[in-house]
Design a protein around this ligand. Structure first.
Ligand code: NDP
Length: 246
């Protein structure tokens, strides 16, 4: 029997984070996951994970709040044991052209998408370094590599994740800890459901594989990077985008 591992997934209630949590539970991981607020979606995800035999810890935790993040990690480790895997998937959009963008929309996206990843990486890295074990996968976006019109805040936050992850990969490599990034293109989740039909049609026309990805498409790559099979991969940004930027 393989030894069970423990993974923490931010934004695990819905979309890509939920698919990652399920994929890891199928691979013998116990799961801690957080989200913004209690919901039926969060409760359903917890039930599905338990149904896969995983021990589960879940609670609301605003990723932008450093103190709340430290408390969540402490509580999760007290309940499940020391973490082996961190996946940062929580994220939001507040789209508009830069000239129309309010400072509040700029800050909330940077605080959630970038500072949130910093908060969790910082908190979890102490334990990973001490134990000389563990791996991190951060979810950014192709917007962070190429930029997206109407998403200056989001593109900046995701480019920040890519840069921060590469720096952290170098800092933690000596302790044997790997840090990688998955950068999805258009994926079918609540986040893209909000897009207008016109935007979806234009996006579809630019995807060589002629479909939006599924959350599972992304989760499979995250699960691989989190596994020992990816033991010689660190500091990489892997695009899962149907070839959109070929
Ligand atoms: P969803 O909108 O489906 O889910 C977002 C998740 O993040 C939810 O679990 C939500 O919790 C959580 N969340 C949001 N803000 C916070 C916060 N402040 N603190 C804690 N949790 C929070 O998004 P997706 O699954 O589509 O996106 C997941 C990640 O993938 C994001 O980082 C996104 O930028 C990235 N991505 C998505 C793409 C797509 O096409 N869908 C493309 C490229 C990247 P709650 O349920 O409580 O709201």
């Amino acid at each position: 029997m393989t030894e069970r591992r423990r993974a923490l997934v931010t934004g695990g209630s819905r979309g890509i984070g939920r698919a990652v949590a399920l994929a890891l539970a199928e691979r013998d991981h116990d799961i801690a996951f957080c989200y913004r607020a209690e919901s039926d979606a969060a409760r359903r995800t917890a039930e599905e994970l338990a149904g896969l035999g995983a021990r589960v810890h879940h609670a609301p935790c605003d990723v932008a709040d450093g103190e709340a993040v430290e408390t969540f990690v402490k509580t999760a480790e007290a309940e499940l044991g020391p973490l082996d895997v961190l996946v940062n998937s929580a994220g939001i959009t507040r789209d508009s052209a830069l000239v129309m963008m309010s400072p509040a929309d700029w800050s909330s996206v940077i605080d959630t998408n970038l500072t949130g990843v910093f908060n969790f990486c910082r908190t979890v890295s102490f334990g990973f370094m001490k134990r000389r074990a563990g791996t991190i996968v951060n979810v950014s976006s192709v917007a962070g590599v190429y930029g997206n019109r109407g998403q200056a805040n989001y593109s900046a936050s995701k480019a920040g994740i890519n840069g921060m992850s590469r720096a952290l990969a170098k800092e933690l490599a000596g302790a044997g800890v790997r840090v990688n990034v998955v950068a999805p293109g258009y994926i079918e989740t609540d986040m893209t459901e909000e897009l207008s039909d016109k935007v979806k049609k234009t996006a579809m026309a630019s995807i060589p594989l002629r479909r939006f990805g599924t959350a599972r498409d992304v989760a499979e790559v995250v699960a691989f990077l989190a596994s020992d099979r990816a033991g010689y991969i660190t500091g990489q940004v892997i695009q899962v985008d149907g070839g959109i930027v070929l």
